[in-house]
Design a protein around this ligand. Structure first.
Ligand SMILES: [Zn+2]
Length: 69
């Protein structure tokens, strides 16, 4: 199973539909509501999808296995 490290910055604030990033996209701890496009979802689901997308991008960007330096 491949493992990718992910920078978690903005993963809970970024809209998975339009990409808009705003801390006001999180009106409550458990709720995501995009101010730009109106997309609404549970905040944990949005965060996990953003992390998964970012991990996939990182994994594709790595042409070789990183060294343990
Ligand atoms: Zn949006």
């Amino acid at each position: 199973m491949p493992v990718a490290s992910v920078d978690p910055a903005n993963t809970s604030r970024r809209c998975i539909r339009c990409g808009h990033i705003d801390k006001k996209n999180r009106p409550r701890q458990d709720r995501f509501a995009c101010l730009d496009c109106g997309f609404v979802e549970h905040a944990d689901i949005v965060g996990s999808i953003n992390i998964a997308h970012r991990a996939a991008e990182n994994y594709r960007a790595q042409s070789t296995v990183p060294s343990a330096a």
